[in-house]
Design a protein around this ligand. Structure first.
Ligand SMILES: [Zn+2]
Length: 461
């Protein structure tokens, strides 16, 4: 089966050119001058459109247990929604439950995802319990293609690790060449502020944000960086939201440390004002770290330009407003933390191109090429080049669309971006050579997606 994508503007992180892309089977066979190839089983006209590598969302939570409930997208529905939005790979988090091993956790997540994904997928591992056994299991996890380990400085009693535990895991990461990913918020201090707010009768959603001030994200980020420096471990800060944390990351990077960070679309487009919407609507925007005052957004866009922020992921973790978010009516600390977003990351970041915040090439880089290199998928993913997997998006930069829960494909009853007008729209999506989205319809299938064993990060200096 040969597919020819004709006459589009091929955009890679390194530049753009007008070219035809020939796909043979599951891989890209050639990127050639227009008209060089004429024969194919399937011809896609990309005139006036971009031809980009499929998006890689390096931070999703499908079917994740949290706060007595579970995120509402399955691997089937979540990866289908991702495909609709031009994302062809997700890296999801396997979550170690206390009292269980890392390897049994990995088996459990393979059982959940295997045979259900519409696009390719990989895993990070969340270490909830640092002990001799967990540390010993990091090496076999790496052999199994899972070489990034997430830890939490937040959520005491649930995912939280002490500084000593973090130090030990970092030493093991250095030993094995793997990466520590950090949720950097000072959960011990935050829990005091939360208890004080609730005792004073402040139960509305906005207090979720007010009790997690940006200083406590900045402090935890700095502390994680110092622990990484002492242990010489590579460090990746997840979902960075505050300028305080960005300053710490920039300083470490300027000093040559292997420190990287991602942000998420919600921190670029939404703010704490959304959490203050009346009638409990603010609960739709409860995630951790919380949305920040608007003036942080310009700093995050600058960080994306200077590469102090290298990746944009979604932290997709959808809970329905009805019955799930409502668990926290009157007590914000009981609102499940998380927001939907896997479907709209590429579109939302394209608005940054439209607005002149980032270049076209940078759009591709932060949404696909860098996540591929960061998490050991480069060569196969993140580029439109001969030999790479044919994960390709034909994107129409001139099309208009309005985001709405009525039309999105995520399994959740609201959109955080309801009514937002977007310039640009996914036209056609190929996953390993198979058309999954075309002509406004889903042509993929549950189980097409394969598990990706990842190599070590290709970014370390
Ligand atoms: Zn997350």
């Amino acid at each position: 089966m040969r597919t020819l994508i004709r006459n589009g503007t091929v955009v890679n992180a390194t530049g753009r050119l007008t070219a035809d892309v020939l796909v043979d089977g599951e891989t890209i066979a050639a990127v050639a001058a227009p008209g060089l190839f004429t024969e194919a089983d399937n011809i896609i006209d990309a005139t006036g459109k971009y031809v980009i590598p499929g998006g890689i969302d390096a931070h999703t939570h499908m079917e994740m247990p949290f706060g007595g409930t579970s995120s509402n997208d399955t691997f089937a529905t979540g990866t289908t929604a991702a495909a609709w939005g031009g994302t062809t790979t997700i890296i999801d988090f396997a979550v170690q439950a206390r009292g269980t091993s890392l390897l049994s956790t990995l088996d459990k997540w393979h059982a959940k995802a295997g045979g259900h994904c519409a696009i390719d997928y990989a895993f990070h591992m969340i270490i909830s319990e640092v002990d001799d056994n967990s540390l010993k299991e990091m090496a076999p996890c790496i052999d199994a293609g899972v070489n990034s380990f997430k830890m939490f400085m937040a959520y005491p009693g649930v995912f939280y690790s002490t500084d000593g535990e973090i130090l030990r895991a970092m030493q093991q990461a250095t030993e094995t060449g793997s990466m520590i990913m950090m949720h950097a918020e000072n959960g011990i201090a935050i829990d005091q502020l939360v208890a004080q707010a609730l005792a004073a009768g402040y139960g509305d959603p906005v207090h979720h944000g007010l009790t997690r001030p940006p200083e406590l994200e900045g402090e935890a980020t700095s502390r994680a960086i110092q622990l990484a420096k002492v242990t010489r471990a590579p460090l990746y800060i997840v979902h960075l939201s505050a300028r305080h944390a960005l300053a710490a990351v920039a300083e470490a990077r300027n000093a040559g440390q292997n420190v990287f960070a991602e942000t998420c679309p919600q921190y670029l487009y939404l703010s704490i004002e959304d959490m203050a919407r009346p009638d409990f609507e603010g609960a739709k925007f409860v995630a951790s770290p919380p949305l920040r005052p608007k003036d942080h957004q310009a700093d995050l866009w600058r960080g994306l330009r200077t590469n102090d922020l290298s990746v944009v992921s979604t932290d997709h973790c959808p809970f329905c407003f009805k019955d799930q978010k409502e668990l926290g009516r009157g007590d914000f600390s009981k609102i499940p933390n998380g927001m939907p977003g896997v479907e709209h990351r590429m579109d939302l970041l394209h608005q940054g191109v439209v607005a002149g915040e980032i270049s076209l090439e940078r759009w591709v880089e932060i949404s696909s090429t860098t996540p591929a290199r960061m998490f050991g998928l480069h060569g196969r993913k993140g580029t439109v080049a001969p030999g790479a997997d044919a994960d390709i998006v034909v994107y129409d930069p001139a099309a208009k669309q309005t985001i709405s829960a009525l039309t999105h494909h995520m399994n959740v009853d609201y959109s955080a971006y309801e009514g937002m007008e977007i310039t640009g729209k996914v036209d056609t999506v190929l996953s390993r050579g198979s058309v999954v989205i075309a002509d406004g319809a889903f042509h993929g299938r549950e189980g097409h997606g394969q598990f990706l064993k990842r190599d070590l990060s290709q970014y370390l200096i």
